[in-house]
Design a protein around this ligand. Structure first.
Ligand code: 5RP
Length: 228
């Protein structure tokens, strides 16, 4: 099965579990797009809370009813993709730059379900560069503080300000993103704690203790994995 077919299969499996009347958080990215399509195909009476303009537009185009975190602060289930997940269902997200809203929506949900192709499952997080969303004000000063945090944790890596069309990438919340290629992250919980205490850091791409279920697709089909 190709990677795209795996993403689609995982998305369709997640959509099969959504019940009528649910409030559903919509993730962002190519796998999440397959879910939005699969959910629309089911023609249920659900209200969707999108995590980005792109997911809102796709959902609206497909006829899904949209709400927001303001109208629906309590969400039944959020279904989203991920850049990586480990055995404890800790995630790296933010490849698409939507992780602040993705984390706000997922953490407001009774369940967060990740849909993934086989390539997203890792033993140790960190092969995918960790995105860190930072305030536009004082980006260099924040980057310097983040670098000190990495040194303290004996992590080495390349930090790159995300750029789009030759200009700093701006998130939907008006912030910048620094992508940090760290290699293996032996203690993601500690790293996340330190980064979240760093002035200028708005949010990290580490999702810890949020995801409860993963629909993982491979050549053999889709497996439902539950966090221990
Ligand atoms: C966007 C994300 C995406 O879920 C992540 O990048 C995976 O994307 P894709 O499903 O396209 O592989 O975190 O911010």
């Amino acid at each position: 099965m190709s990677v795209e077919s795996q993403k689609k299969a995982a998305a369709e499996e997640a959509a099969r579990h959504i019940v009528d009347g649910a409030v559903v958080g919509l993730g962002t990215g190519s796998t999440a797009n397959y879910f939005i399509q699969a959910l629309a195909n089911r023609k249920l009476n659900v209200t969707c809370i999108p995590t980005s303009k792109a997911s809102r537009e796709l959902g609206e185009k497909l006829g899904l009813k949209m709400g927001s975190l303001e109208t629906h602060p309590y969400i039944d289930v959020t279904v989203d993709g991920a850049d990586e997940f480990d055995a404890d269902f800790r995630l790296i997200k933010g490849g698409g730059g939507a992780m602040l809203r993705e984390k706000l929506v997922a953490s407001s949900s009774r369940f967060m379900v990740v849909i993934a192709d086989q390539s997203k499952q890792v033993k140790t997080l960190g092969k995918f560069p960790l995105p860190i969303e930072v305030s536009m004000f004082g980006v260099k000063a924040t980057a310097w503080k983040i670098e000190r945090a990495f040194e303290f944790l004996k992590l080495k890596g390349q930090m790159t300000l995300r750029v789009r069309d030759g200009k700093p990438f701006v998130t939907e919340s008006g912030n910048a993103i620094i992508d940090c290629a760290l290699g293996a992250i032996p203690d993601p919980d500690k790293l996340d704690g330190i980064l979240n205490n760093t002035p200028g850091v708005i949010e990290t791409g580490l999702f810890i203790g949020i995801c409860g279920v993963v629909y993982l697709a491979s050549d053999k089909g889709v497996k439902e994995l539950k966090r221990a």
